[in-house]
Design a protein around this ligand. Structure first.
Ligand code: BDR
Ligand code: CA
Length: 313
């Protein structure tokens, strides 16, 4: 079978970086491009970090594009308190040789979907949905051409991580999320309900460090930095690895369970802005628009991730 074509839209971010490495290490996937968006840190840094990570993977034929530098309607909220000043604190990677593409990320997304066969390209957003929503708004003809959007964002049972009600990616640009959730494109949502079950315990961390390659060293360093915030907040046994769950889903969907339900985005209330109002219990007659994941086979996920990272330089 020919590899599945994907575009990774991302705001690296340590967990974004691990997701990019997992995708680039997996022969089942063909990464058409990596598109950066402002989120965890400003665009200048996310587009730099994306290039560093692609270069670390050795797959330097994968183009990296810079996209939107601010959300559709609000000022940018960043998360240096979680990811550090660079967004990728925890492992020092060299300045990349890989140049940033001149084309805007949104144009790349639109052009790719128009050029490829309908239903052949999957989008994997790992950050705020600004680039994806801008593409859908500017070129509505691309919506029916998208095979699926598999995104990390939102929460129902876990509620919020940046406010009491909202998960970071959705909170940063709820207007963009609203466009994506109303687009009619098949959506698979890796929420905090899933990712908070994907904890990097001591043995899992040690397994990354023991890989003996540059990728394993970087991942161990990133995770070691990234986890301190969540471990202190939740008292958990290791920090969650959010974004790689999207790529793992593409590689092995049986690792996850969820429900096809209606999910609406709160854009109005200042108190609950960015909340994913998920009708998990089917108490409304609103039409389902997303497969909202709730569980993960964590041992299976970490086995897959660690095995794939081992194949990298
Ligand atoms: C999400 O927000 C970012 O901090 C992470 O990279 C992840 O995409 C988790 O809420
Ligand atoms: Ca992210």
């Amino acid at each position: 079978m020919s590899p599945r074509k994907i575009i990774i839209d991302t705001d690296p971010g340590q967990d974004d970086a691990v997701a990019i490495l997992l995708a680039l290490a997996s022969p089942e996937l063909e990464v058409l491009g990596v598109t950066a968006v402002a989120g965890n840190v400003p665009l200048e840094l996310t587009s730099l970090n994306a290039r560093k990570v692609v270069e670390l993977s050795g797959k330097t034929d994968v183009p990296v594009f810079a996209g939107c530098e601010k959300p559709l309607a609000h000022r940018l909220t960043t998360a240096e308190h979680v990811h550090g000043k660079t967004g990728l604190d925890g492992a020092d990677l060299p300045e990349p040789q890989l140049a940033l593409q001149e084309r805007h990320a949104v144009d790349f997304i639109i052009d790719s979907l128009r050029a490829e066969a309908p239903g052949s390209v999957t989008l994997c957003p790992l950050g705020p949905l600004t680039n994806i929503a801008t593409a859908l708004r500017r070129a509505p003809d691309i919506a029916p051409k998208i095979a699926e959007i598999v995104l990390m964002g939102g929460a129902y049972f876990e509620v919020g991580n940046i406010t009491p009600a909202a998960e970071f990616n959705i909170y940063v640009d709820p207007e963009a999320a609203d466009i994506v959730f109303k687009s009619g494109v098949p959506l698979t949502v890796m929420s905090l309900d899933v990712t908070h079950k994907a904890l990097v315990t001591r043995p899992r961390h040690a397994a990354f460090a023991a890989l003996g390659n540059a990728a394993g060293q970087a991942v161990a360093g990133w995770v070691g930095f990234f986890e301190r915030f969540d471990v202190a907040k939740y008292g958990s046994d290791g920090g969650p690895l959010h974004d790689p769950t999207t790529i793992a889903y593409l590689l092995d969907p049986t690792l996850f369970t969820g429900r096809h339900i209606n999910v609406e985005i709160e854009t109005g209330s200042p108190l609950t802005r960015g909340m994913t109002v998920a009708d998990w219990w089917g108490v409304t007659d609103r039409a389902p628009n997303a497969t909202f994941m709730g569980t993960i086979d964590a041992p299976g996920f970490f086995k897959l991730l660690t095995e794939r990272l081992a194949a990298l330089p």
